[in-house]
Write a protein of this length. Sequence first.
Lengths: 469, 210
Amino acid sequence: MSAAFEEKIHETLADPKLQLAIYKATGRLVEERRKSIEPDVCPDFQELRTRANAIKRHTIEHLDHYLEEFARQVEAQGGKVIFCKDAEEVSDFVLSLAKERRAELIVKSKSMTTEEIDLNERLEHHHLQSVETDLGEYIIQLAHERPYHIVAPALHKTREQVADLLTDRLGVPRETVIEKQTMIARAVLREKFLAADIGISGANFLVADSGAVVIVENEGNARLTTSAPKIHIAVAGIEKLIPRAQDLAVFLKLLGRSATGQRLTVYTSFLSGPKRQDEIDGPDEFYVVLLDNGRTKVLADRDKRQSLYCIRCGACLNHCPVYRKIGGHSFPWVYSGPIGAILTPQFLGVRHEPGLPFASSLCGACAEVCPVKIDIPRILLELRSEVKKAEARDSAGRLERLAFRIWAWVMRHPRVYEMAGMAAASLAPSESGWVRNAPFHGGPLGAWLSQRDLPPPPVRSFRQMWRER
Amino acid sequence: MSREAVLHKVRTALGRSAGQAIEKPPPVRLPIPEVGIEARIQSFCERIEALAGKTHRAASTADAREYVARVIAGRSAVASNAPILRECGITLLPGVRTGITDRNELRAVCSTAVCGVSGADYALADTGTLVMLSSRQEARLISLLPPVFMALVARERLLTGLDELLSILPHPAEQTSSMVLITGPSRTADIEQILVRGVHGPGEIHVVVV
């Protein structure tokens, strides 16, 4: 475990306000989900999960086919599809389009994929303003932070902190009433929507047979982002495909319920191509950016490619006893909780944060609630094994191997073992706490030893007593 | 840019070759329950009210017009070009702007109007959802910019739910660039999980079943 990971965890554990905020928010989401899937409200919930898993498996196993079908359909409707291998290609595309169209302002709706590639920062680096419009995302953009939770990005912020942020960044009088804070944001963002040249959204689903981008939300900001500006760009990972519009009957029922306990979210937009000739409003230009950024690497692993089924509902976070204690910002990348613990090592490599797959009790709650039945605990186990193999190749692992080799040699030589025991007894103090207070406390074994101790060594060893009998 | 490169990596990862045939996808199953029209209307209204939307069952077109007029109450309003609004005489109400076909004009009117009035193409009984297809009759911004939104839906357009909608409309993209499902007023709970309505879209929503 890296020091940064450990430090973040301790910081979160030591903050009672934050602990309460995480506990309450995730607890509420768990409860809402539970109510929405009760058998009298949703009798076929388990069957829907099985079907969702089957559809996702089929799509991922034939992803090239569906990507091509999707691109063909988008283009038939006058839209464009841009395949990008990494973050830089996405920002290059957006920057060059913005330059061609003389665009100055971008409005953005919530998208984990754009968080993954730090799109806002990349655009702002080139003096292109990109404003988040989901209330939670707007707050964390003002705070220069990353989302705390996949569906509740500002879960960790109190109304007092939001009040300070709004006053500090917007120069408005301090306001601690949540309804009024929301209306301040609404007014500021409404102007942005009407002035923006480009709207950038994510996508919850990409429908191959329709060339459509499907977006679910509750606020209406994604609808505004995709309808008000003349250019709409949807940025999505290549894994977001589903074969047919009719498959939405399965996924929409699962997503709202799993995320927030809603039968359907307030808005579900099914967007296919630019505004048609006889339509009154909508964008003139429609682009879909399909991002790889490591996904094909995950795809190549037959056992772990199911990680790409994820529909980003956040249910595994809410049900995870580890997430509920250590929170979202302890995790080393934008994806937190159990899904983050399996995505991060696969995207960034197991060495990025070797402690991550171990930050789990393997209780299995995540797999039990996952709407597409990703076997997260099994993937965590496989990643643990990969971490260990990588460490064995690295120097830290070599040290461990050397220690065990010495141990094995000592155990095979009884005389040496006995002498070592005597030496240890004569060196160790006779009171308890001697391991805990040992001078090597801060070393590589420090964390392990801090919680453990040995009783003081006896004056005579078992072997001595045996001989004297 | 990287189209072929990405597709090639996908194929290599899956061990597939370009243009290789695929297995059949899992079959679609869209079970449509038998629910009478009365029960559908009742469920629809209950669901919307549970989300703090308001509903009105209009006995006649005149009744629908009166209800809408009462909600507008002299405030500024914009109505779409949907035939149902004309049939109910809503386009003739004083202070209601309608017949807009120009995008810029629509945007200007919608960004100042207090009320937006549309016709819904379908409604879903089991979730309390309005289904809006963008067209020359129906603009996107009417249901989005004004803080109060009203939708009129003909009772025969009330479907049982999402399954029935997708069996009637298996390919929405053939008809429109935008199909939107609206389930209750715009809402957020992003600050301390406190529910606030009307964050970006309308916080007040009225549905009239004609």
